[in-house]
Design a protein. Structure first.
Length: 376
């Protein structure tokens, strides 16, 4: 699909562009600098300058509505490096002892928390108390109760809480959702979500339950949980789950290696999903209805996302997920834009409640009923 903006990018600089565009009525889109903002810009500080924080920072170079202006880190050398790389002024640099003072900094609108999972809760509460909007990475917390307390704290502080669900803005994903809503697949009966990779270094925080809050389910299985909800378009009402562990040394108590789980939806659809730290090539969603199907494969990696339906290959723009996410989140926070699929804290609490139920089902062998959304 060629959007007006991508068309402009393709022809930027050509004489043709200058002569054709005004006649096509697109003159308002002519701009010597494609990054010239066409609305207010969200000024963001990133907390946690690790691997994903770096990916977000690089992607934000392409944003038109969001700008990286600050950092929070415990490592002075990293702060200096980021200051140089991204032109961050000294007055917008904080460490984990000093960042409450961000409340007195009028040049920062929001903090993006990109630290290990178990640290999200306290960080979000502190940022909210400082009166700044919060964007928090997934999983937002390590259980639903903790997640709900983050939602409540942000509400009480009068700030917004969004979660880094980048797939909620991804064009192939949105196209499948659009087709499903239009009835292209008929009544949905089945979803399969496969989410996994072979995890390396056994000493990393992802394999330390105090920092991760769990294993593959918290890290990668959550994509199948969240995906089943936005692909089917309903909230699950029951869960069953089975756990297997082949390496109890690497995957110690509190770290799930492999869990298969099933979710039942009110309209009769069933999701069958696999979450694992022990297999590669697992990043596939398959949605099947009485009239048609959709497949995304890869479904949630950094891209390019690819897919097809019973009508043929999906044609959608390939984007840098984090660039689009941050531009969209800027509009959500600054202009009240409503995303197609929610990215607020309550959306994350639903995933966390399902994870809680999956762990319970795997432990007990029981079929676990899920409460209505909002009940924890
Ligand atoms: P990472 O280990 O590369 O980075 C974590 C950062 O947190 C590091 O800079 C580290 O110094 C800092 N940190 C602060 N306190 C720490 C502590 N007590 N122990 C360890 N590190 C500490 O991890 P990452 O891959 O960047 O993951 C960070 C978060 O981002 C996680 O919640 C993860 O689930 C999420 N993530 C999301 C995506 C996505 O696609 N949305 C992708 C990768 C990671």
């Amino acid at each position: 699909m060629t959007t007006r903006r991508s068309f402009l990018h393709q022809i930027t600089g050509s004489v043709l562009a200058l002569s054709v565009l005004p006649r096509m009525g697109w003159a308002e889109e002519l701009s010597p600098d494609p990054k010239t903002p066409d609305g207010p810009v969200l000024r963001v500080a990133i907390m946690g300058l690790g691997s994903y924080g770096t990916r977000v920072a690089e992607a934000m170079r392409g944003c038109t509505r969001a700008k990286l202006v600050g950092v929070i880190s415990g490592t002075p050398a990293k702060i200096r490096q980021w200051q140089t790389t991204y032109g961050i002024p000294e007055k917008n640099c904080y460490n984990y002892e000093t960042y409450d003072a961000i409340k007195d900094n009028p040049d920062i609108d929001a903090v993006y928390v990109i630290t290990p999972n178990a640290l999200h809760h306290d960080a979000v509460l502190r940022v909210a108390k400082a009166g700044k909007h919060v964007i928090c990475e997934k999983p937002m917390a390590v259980n639903a109760r903790q997640g709900q307390s983050m939602v409540d704290a942000c509400k009480a502080a009068g700030v917004r809480l969004l979660v880094g669900y980048r797939m909620h803005f991804e064009p192939h994903t949105l196209e499948v959702i659009r087709m499903r809503k239009e009835g292209a697949f008929g009544s949905i009966r089945f979803f399969q979500g496969l989410s996994g990779f072979i995890i390396g270094d056994p000493t990393q925080w992802r394999l330390n339950p105090q920092l991760s809050g769990g294993g593959a389910m918290m890290d990668i299985g959550i994509y199948s949980i969240n995906g089943s909800r936005y692909m089917i378009g309903e909230e699950p009402v029951w869960v069953t789950a089975q756990e297997t562990k082949t390496d109890p040394v690497k995957f110690k108590e509190g770290i799930d290696e492999t869990i298969q789980f099933q979710l039942g939806f009110p309209g009769g659809a069933v999701a069958s999903c696999l979450s694992t730290y022990n297999l590669n090539n697992l990043d596939r969603f398959f949605l099947d209805g009485e009239k048609g199907f959709a497949e995304l494969f890869p479904a949630t990696g950094y891209g390019p996302i690819q897919g097809r339906t019973n009508q043929g290959e999906l044609q959608a723009p390939v984007v840098t997920h984090q660039t689009v996410q941050m531009d969209e989140m800027a509009q959500i926070l600054l202009e009240g834009k409503q995303p197609v699929v929610p990215v607020d804290g309550q959306e994350a609490v639903r995933d966390l409640a399902i994870i809680d139920a999956i762990y319970h089902a795997a432990r007990t062998g029981q079929k676990v009923r899920l409460g209505a959304p909002g009940q924890v």
